[in-house]
Design a protein around this ligand. Structure first.
Ligand code: NAD
Length: 312
């Protein structure tokens, strides 16, 4: 039975990845310090094929068994979290990624870095291909996240080129799904929470900025396909279906049948104007593309919310 380590495995994406890996016949070691994740997300997995290790990845890590794959997802990810935890975000992107790569080198495991579309900053190229080097403000409040991920990418390539570690890098675009925290500040759980309470839906700026939202099941399929491939250079995984934040708010109102009105609030500092993945490389290298349109993804989130009201 192959073994996979998932850092950040108790978080939103990590816990869905753990679910799929266990279902696919992997033994999974989930490493998480529960900074932004929750044991509730992985409780149902406890058993002989799943181990939870409460560990802060900025500290050295040892695992006493063979490891085949390491998915390195540990990092605060929502703006509310990384603005609250700026130093932890920089540390887990740097020391944490060193420690995860060191483990991969020791175990001769394939290593996947969960990077982000935020490495493109406020992009001058649209949609964003992997060849675009980005336009990031290193000293703005979001720099702690964007630059931590850019450093983690540089570090991953150095371990690959100089130390011979088998690595890959995924640049994840906005992803949504069940287990997102209602107050994590990201657009979809916030809009759903507000719509279900018939409260005003708060859109930043004039709502003309665009985003592209990928459903979590599509994303997890992409991560596993990349981990199983022989690719080393970054690959975008995201849904190219692009819409404005205003359109997103309207889609949530429709999906929930809410009576909410839309109100506008000040745009956060360095909020990117556009965001859309060019997924040519994912299509060609992995045969991957998303299959779940926004309406269906929202429907799945709302269905689960009715059954488990605490975990939108
Ligand atoms: P999340 O906050 O739900 O999960 C992150 C997990 O990492 C949490 O369980 C947290 O406790 C853990 N963690 C944080 N610091 C740690 C440390 N020092 N040691 C051990 N564990 C630590 O966020 P998510 O949305 O699931 O994001 C997961 C990864 O995917 C992140 O690396 C994020 O940058 C990346 N990503 C996510 C998105 C998205 O739309 N969700 C987009 C781009 C990139």
């Amino acid at each position: 039975m192959p073994t996979a380590v998932v850092t950040g495995g108790a978080g939103f994406l990590g816990s869905h990845l753990c679910d799929t890996l266990v279902a696919d016949g992997y033994r999974v070691v989930c490493v998480d310090n529960l900074e932004t994740g929750s044991l509730q997300n992985v409780e149902h997995l406890r058993g002989e094929n799943f181990t939870f290790l409460n560990h802060d990845l900025t500290r050295h890590i040892e695992i006493d068994e063979a490891v085949d794959l390491i998915f390195h997802l540990a990092s605060p990810a929502s703006p509310i979290d990384y603005l609250r935890l700026p130093l932890q975000t920089l540390k887990v992107g740097s020391y944490g990624t060193h420690n995860a790569l060191g483990l991969a080198k020791w175990k001769r495991a394939r290593f996947l870095l969960a990077s982000t579309s935020e490495v493109y900053g406020d992009p001058a190229v649209h949609p964003q291909p992997e060849s675009y080097w980005g336009n990031v403000n290193p000293i703005g409040p979001r720099g702690v996240y964007d630059e931590a991920k850019r450093y983690a990418e540089a570090l991953t390539m150095a371990y690959h080129r100089q130390q011979g570690v088998d690595t890959c890098i995924v640049r994840i675009f906005n992803t949504y799904g069940t287990r997102m925290r209602p107050y994590d500040g990201r657009a979809i759980p916030t809009f759903i929470r507000q719509a279900q309470a018939n409260q005003p839906i708060t859109v930043f700026g004039d709502g003309s900025q665009t985003r592209s939202f990928c459903y979590v099941d599509d994303l997890v399929r992409g991560l596993i396909a990349l981990a199983k491939s022989g690719e080393h250079l970054p690959v975008n995984i995201g849904n190219p279906q692009e819409l404005t934040l205003l359109q997103l708010a309207e889609a949530v109102i429709e999906a929930t049948g809410s009576k909410s009105e839309i109100v506008f609030e000040a745009l956060p500092v360095d909020d990117p104007q556009v965001r859309q993945p060019d997924i040519t490389r994912a299509r060609q290298l992995l045969g991957w593309e998303p299959q779940i349109p926004l309406e269906e993804g929202l429907r799945r989130m709302l269905q689960t919310h009715e059954r488990e009201p605490t975990s939108v």
